[in-house]
Design a protein around this ligand. Structure first.
Ligand code: SF4
Length: 336
């Protein structure tokens, strides 16, 4: 690890000034991803601006809006009474991520900004456009079992990236239409989560639309009608502390066995949490049944593009969505 300067700013404004004005300064909070990257010389900041003491930890619910401070710990969010009663999908997704120890350290802001777990990104012996632009992507012709199947259509793969976003929490936030509140050199802004993470294009080094020095203050969720019927299903190689091969966050608004509205978002399939609006449309207005869910899930892979080792996701994905929907509706899935 390279030497770096460590600083604790007095307030949010000072923290933002420090990172926006210094070429190679970075915020640090839980450090559960950044420190790993620094140990491997993938991130090499000259200055770390420690924000852990800033007043951004509160979880509050007022007038139908839940506001989660960016420094709230993942474990505190998952255990919070209001989160469990009004936004259970979020609690389920956080509980599926990482380990208990990591959830006790990792913050909501850090979770939003965690970087891909593509093995080639972490191994500097291999070319990686995300680590260093225009050097190539070892995953395209390498072991790409965990990699993306969506959001690749316009990519020039020589210069782009097929890695997936690793967060479970963000998949639930995508399904729940979260708003990300930030403060940067140009002031405060509210960013819908759909716009917050980027597809790689020819700038795979950038994971989000945040500008230099822009700090996440909070995440907001509006009250919704999905509390009663939600499920987060994560398919992974082992039962704990593994990233998703595919995951699905689903939520149904049901009245008298009819689906009034649905939300479906996926993890492990794209450079950002992937919302399936076509599947949601296929569910709306339909009766709750395995047939409804199977037909809607079949729409999910229409735009998929696969590589040598991840074609199995085409078959896996509709079954994951089907099972998640069946669980959300309280039905027992049966398979042919
Ligand atoms: Fe790098 Fe992305 Fe290719 Fe992985 S998939 S090697 S992160 S460019």
């Amino acid at each position: 690890m390279r030497p770096f300067q460590y600083i604790r700013p007095k307030n949010v404004k000072e923290a933002v000034d420090m990172v926006s004005l210094e070429e190679n300064a970075r915020f640090i909070a839980g450090g559960t991803n950044l420190v790993d990257l620094m140990k491997r010389n993938i991130e090499t900041p000259d200055k770390l601006v420690d924000i852990t003491h800033l007043p951004l930890k509160k979880i509050e619910y007022h007038s139908g809006t839940l506001r989660i401070g960016a420094l709230a710990l993942n474990s505190d969010v998952a255990e919070h009474a209001i989160v469990n009663s009004r936004f259970p999908l979020l609690a389920k997704a956080i509980d599926a991520g990482a380990s208990g120890q990591l959830r006790n350290m990792a913050t909501v802001g850090g979770n939003l900004l965690q970087r891909t777990r593509c093995a080639y990104f972490y191994d500097t012996a291999f070319p990686c456009n995300k680590r260093q632009l225009e050097t190539g992507c070892a995953a395209v012709g390498g072991i790409n079992r965990m990699h993306a199947i969506f959001g690749l259509e316009k990519n020039d793969l020589e210069k782009s990236c097929i890695a997936v976003h690793p967060s479970d929490m963000c998949v639930a936030l995508a399904a729940l239409d979260a708003i990300i509140i930030t403060f940067g050199p140009k002031g405060e802004r509210k960013i819908p989560i759909q716009d917050f993470h980027r597809l790689p294009g020819n700038r795979p080094d950038l994971d989000s639309i945040l500008e230099k020095g822009e700090l996440i203050l909070a995440v907001e969720l509006k009250s919704n009608t999905f509390q009663q019927h939600t499920h987060y299903l994560k398919i992974r190689d082992r039962a704990a502390y593994a990233f998703a091969i595919v995951s699905a966050a689903v939520a149904l608004d049901v009245q008298q066995d009819q689906i009034r509205a649905a939300r479906v978002a996926l993890g492990g399939v794209a450079h950002k949490p992937w919302r399936l609006f076509d599947v949601e449309k296929a569910l709306a207005g339909k009766p709750i049944s395995q047939n409804t869910f199977r037909n809607a899930a079949a729409v999910s892979v229409a735009d998929a593009k696969t590589f040598e080792h991840n074609a199995f996701k085409i078959k896996l994905l509709p079954n994951v969505i089907l099972e998640a929907l069946m669980n959300a509706a309280g039905l027992e899935p049966s398979y042919d």
